[in-house]
Design a protein around this ligand. Structure first.
Ligand code: GDD
Ligand code: MN
Length: 375
């Protein structure tokens, strides 16, 4: 590394940044900082809490502590959610040569940090991982379903990983700055699994070591890992497998659209056959139901990280409905034109559907779920 003349007299020289993603962890913040302070007494470190504007005021507390303790920083993100993206942005905001990621709820064992740092300092390792699935490690008292999901996700990860990791689902690791920077532009940033993302995206195999630790039980607050995490994980896998051909949001959008056809037929059958409503009324109501369910599903799955709520939801629904109506007209118009030009009817219909879907996707991406504006 080249030595630069400092612009101002250096006041501190940080060797290690610890990135802590947080959402509603106010009651764990002080204890985590205290523990970091005691196990890293010999190290020059800082901690960066990346908080997604937690309603419990986590960020306010971190700012309050940061005012008198310069080792403590807060990166507050507005109108955003996402564990991986929080970790990535936290790492990007650091200038230290070594970057660690650790949960903010005290479930990871911070006592490993000095050892992780020592291994990286020695030079022949890019990343050290806290692992629950090697001898000496463990998962605490997780219920059977959670343990099973974790195992399945670990198996599936072999589809995209280019290394044999025992615990690719771990959210606890320390990485050398250069290894992170070589990879950062290729990361998907989707969902919870930042470590899997790093290994699947790195342009060259990462030299890694795993250290065992016992995953502790959470004492305060609650886990944010819910069934959505499974969807996010599948999206991460898809993105890494075929994301270079098709954007993963488009795939999700199309899946939701396919499901919408089933919703439409179900509503139509209930109204037309079950309630004896006229066909035109049944078809009209079924269309509105399908559009609404498509909008709601896309809002919680495809655009989970920029989910619309309250009035934004209503505004989003209106714009989604308008855009999809134009999409439907384009679909029918193009299919009808091709059919008149003697194209096989199935091909005409498919062309109409594809163009309608691409239109709906592209325009709703720009107008319905446009990038958040801070209000
Ligand atoms: N900024 C931000 N944004 N932080 C988040 C978000 C988010 O959307 N969701 C969760 N977090 C924070 C939590 O506040 C916590 O500090 C940490 O990320 C982990 O979230 P938990 O909700 O406690 O997850 P978990 O305990 O079920 O799972 C964790 O441990 C596993 C084992 O290491 C995660 O780190 C998993 O990725 C990991 O596999
Ligand atoms: Mn946790």
């Amino acid at each position: 590394m080249t030595q630069h003349q400092p612009i101002v007299q250096a006041t501190r020289d940080i060797e290690l940044s610890i990135i802590v993603p947080t959402f509603n962890e106010r009651d764990n913040v002080r204890e985590l900082i205290r523990r970091l302070g005691s196990c890293l007494a010999q190290v020059s470190w800082e901690v960066i809490f990346v908080d997604d504007d937690s309603p419990d005021g986590t960020a306010d507390l971190v700012h309050e502590i940061g005012r008198y303790d310069h080792r403590v920083r807060c990166l507050q993100r507005l109108s955003r959610r996402g564990l991986s993206s929080a970790c990535i942005e936290g790492m990007l905001s650091s200038s230290a040569p070594y970057l660690a990621v650790i949960d903010g709820d005290l479930q990871h064992d911070e006592a490993l940090l000095p050892q992780m740092l020592e291994i990286l300092r020695n030079g022949d390792t890019d990343i050290v991982i806290g692992s629950r699935y090697i001898s000496g490690g463990g998962i605490g008292d997780w219920n059977r379903t959670r343990a099973l999901i974790s195992r399945c996700a670990t198996r599936l990860s072999t589809l995209i990983l280019r290394a044999h990791l025992n615990d690719p689902m771990s959210g606890f690791f320390m990485i050398r700055r250069e290894a992170f920077y070589d990879t950062v532009r290729k990361l998907s940033g989707i969902g919870f699994k930042i470590l899997t993302d790093l290994f699947a995206s790195s342009p060259r195999p990462l030299r890694f070591k795993e250290l065992p630790y016992q995953f502790r039980n959470r004492q305060v607050g609650e886990s944010k890992l819910d069934h959505h995490a499974v969807w996010d994980y599948l999206m991460l896998l898809l993105d890494k497998l075929i994301g270079h051909i098709l954007p993963v949001r488009f795939i999700a959008f199309t899946l939701v659209g396919g499901f919408g056809v089933a919703v439409h037929l179900l509503a139509l059958t209930l109204l037309f056959k079950g309630l004896q409503t006229t066909f035109v009324t049944s078809q009209t109501i079924a269309t509105v139901v399908a559009i609404t369910s498509n909008f709601a599903l896309n809002n919680i799955l495809t655009y989970r990280d920029m989910r619309l709520r309250g009035w934004q939801w209503v505004r989003g629904w209106v714009s989604f409905t308008l855009v999809c109506s134009v999409g439907a007209l384009a679909n029918v118009g193009i299919a009808a034109y091709l059919f008149r030009m003697d194209t096989f009817w199935v091909l005409s219909a498919l062309a109409g559907i594809i163009i309608g879907a691409v239109w709906n996707y592209a325009v709703t991406a720009a107008y319905t779920w446009k990038k958040p504006s801070v209000e």
